[in-house]
Write a protein that binds this ligand. Sequence first.
Ligand code: V0V
Ligand code: CO
Length: 148
Amino acid sequence: GVLAIDHVGVASADLNDSLAFYRELLGLVETHRESNEDQQVVEVMLAAPGHKSSDRSNETEPATQLQLLAPLSADSTVAKFLDRSGPGMHHLALRVSDIQATSDRLLARGLRLLYPQPRAGTAGSMINFIHPKDAGGVLVELVQPARS
Ligand code: V0V
Ligand code: CO
């Protein structure tokens, strides 16, 4: 099942501008940066500083992050998004324990996944996406993290 909200993806036309806003002005902390050739994006992950587990939540999952996305080429889905919609919220990523099991359940209900098999996501994760038309207008990413 779903373990947590893993990240929120924001499409950026200028990573330096976005980092000036989220990192310098608002104080989020950069945790990871990677180019994903398959997706043709550069992505920067940011987290809130001092995120701590509370006794109440008994939380064991890592914090939800912000994923800034900039296109590596005009072929990138993010380039197309920026052309059509401009910068802004792009996708909602749900962390799952077993992406295959979750995918099978969604496919059995007739929802469309974008890829027949999971593909390479950030930091060794496996990712797939639910078509926004089958998810209330939101591009929903499923992400199964790499084993730590
Ligand atoms: C398009 N649509 C969206 C959308 N992008 N709705 C919500 N959120 C978005 N981000 C709408 C669009 O307005 C259309 O609605 C409808 O979906 C179908 O559009 P389309 O023209 O047929 O399709 P495209 O060419 O706009 O492509 C949309 C999809 C594409 C979702 C198919 O963006 C895609 O393949 N995305 C998956 C890969 C991806 O997003 N990679 C970047 C993140 P109307 O106008 O018909 O009503 S990579 C990442 O997150 C990584 C690596 C990670 O986390 O590890
Ligand atoms: Co993502």
